[in-house]
Design a protein around this ligand. Structure first.
Ligand SMILES: [Zn+2]
Length: 411
């Protein structure tokens, strides 16, 4: 890009606390609708990289929504154009950047402690919108993680300086660093006094107390690709999370009318009550069987030598269907054609009394075929079904016609 041969001057490296600055516009290019590429001679905007997201903010009238580095040139993506050669004022969305610096510096401190005290090396780092993650070379139990967190927070309270310096790659300090340097002649080392030193191009808070506390999330650990991932929160995010959880716990406390310490016990009580209620409902439904059988008998259609009961019994538990069929066919002249829809599928039970000569197995397999399934059984009692519960009425109507003509023939 013209005029940027030596690359953009990175103000954020010299002074990570710089929130506003002035710069000269070198290049402006329209990318697509409402998106322009802007290059300036110097910038405090951090371009995405090293696990740290890009800064957002303003350049003059333009809103900067993304920043990337392209061959040493820092490219700002903005929502409106600027005049080439004009002097503009830049301002970083500072609340957002400070939050990022807290998470990033917290990661340095945590990675240093995890390596020194627990022999767990950091293999990856990702900063999410809510939580950040570190991928470790080995698995750690909850107790070790809790110890690491306690140690890291002691170092937060110690308010140790966080500094950066550029050294030659042959410098002994580079060899002692936590991670190997990138393939360049000069290395930027970020150091937490007495605790951690690592090559890094990102932005950091000036001392550990400004991290504002570190918390490793109890439910945030997982294993993937041979690495052990932990999730953590620092500073303002941590207080925000605490506020949200505190409101949630208070709400639950009111709903359950008990203190958080008794949540588990209260939940177990509810589970027990729920189990008791379920078995009570099942018992009550079973008690309905004789009443239902009587009611069904009254709907029977007399055909030739038999009485045909055709019904859908969707409202009773499916396991009560055989009992109803048996009770109905204690009457030697009754044919019971029962169906029920259970979780979208169709279930059928066909039975007949001893005084009739009908093959329920044959009738059932033709009806079950309409439901896209199958079934069978003895001549006096058969059961089955299929996945197409919506065809249940059609299946029952079809079998009723067959039974009608069979009974009329036999009459
Ligand atoms: Zn860093």
């Amino acid at each position: 890009m013209a005029g940027t041969d030596s690359g953009t001057v990175r103000l954020y490296r010299e002074d990570p606390s710089l929130a506003t600055f002035t710069a000269k516009v070198l290049e402006v290019r329209e990318l697509e609708e409402k998106s322009w590429v802007i290059v300036i001679d110097r910038t405090a905007f951090y371009p995405e990289g090293g696990g740290q997201p890009a800064d957002e903010g303003r350049l003059g009238e333009a809103e900067v929504f993304d920043v990337q580095e392209e061959e040493g040139v820092i490219v700002h993506y903005a929502d409106c154009p600027l005049e080439v050669s004009e002097e503009v004022e830049g301002s970083i969305d500072w609340e957002r950047r400070w939050d990022i610096m807290q998470q990033h510096t917290g990661q340095h401190l945590l990675s240093g402690v995890l390596l020194d005290d627990f022999d767990a090396a950091t293999r990856g780092f990702h900063m999410g919108a809510e939580e950040s993650t570190i991928d470790l070379s080995r698995e750690l139990g909850p107790q070790d993680l809790s110890l690491a967190q306690a140690r890291a927070n002691v170092l937060v309270d110690a308010d140790l300086p966080v500094t950066s310096r550029v050294v030659d790659r042959e410098d002994p300090a580079v060899k002692a660093a936590r991670r190997p340097p990138p393939g360049v002649d000069e290395v930027r080392l970020v150091e937490i006094e007495g605790v951690d030193s690592v090559p890094c191009g990102g932005t950091h808070v000036p001392s550990t107390s400004r991290i504002g506390g570190i918390h490793i999330l109890a439910g945030g650990s997982s294993k993937a690709h041979g690495l052990f991932r932990i999730s953590f929160l620092c500073g303002t995010r941590l207080r925000r999370r605490l506020g949200r959880l505190d409101r949630l716990v208070t709400e639950l406390s009111h709903m359950l009318t008990t203190s958080p310490d008794d949540f588990r016990e209260r939940f177990e009580d509810f589970q027990e009550q729920n189990k008791d209620l379920k078995s009570e409902v099942t018992e009550l439904r079973r008690a309905l069987v004789p009443l239902r059988t009587e009611a069904l008998l009254e709907t029977a259609e007399s055909i030739g030598p038999g009485r045909v009961v055709l019904a859908r019994v969707d409202d009773l538990p499916p396991e009560t269907l055989p009992a109803i069929a048996s009770a109905l066919t204690e009457h030697s002249d009754v044919v019971a054609l029962l169906g029920a829809e259970v979780a979208g599928a169709g279930r059928l039970i066909f039975a007949r009394g001893e005084g009739l000569d009908l093959d329920m197995g044959t009738l059932l397999s033709s009806a079950a075929a309409i439901l896209g399934g199958g079934g069978g059984g003895a001549p006096h009692h058969a059961s089955g079904g299929g996945p197409q519960g919506e065809a249940l009425d059609a299946a029952l109507t079809t079998v009723l016609e067959q039974v009608r003509s069979l009974l009329k023939e036999g009459a």
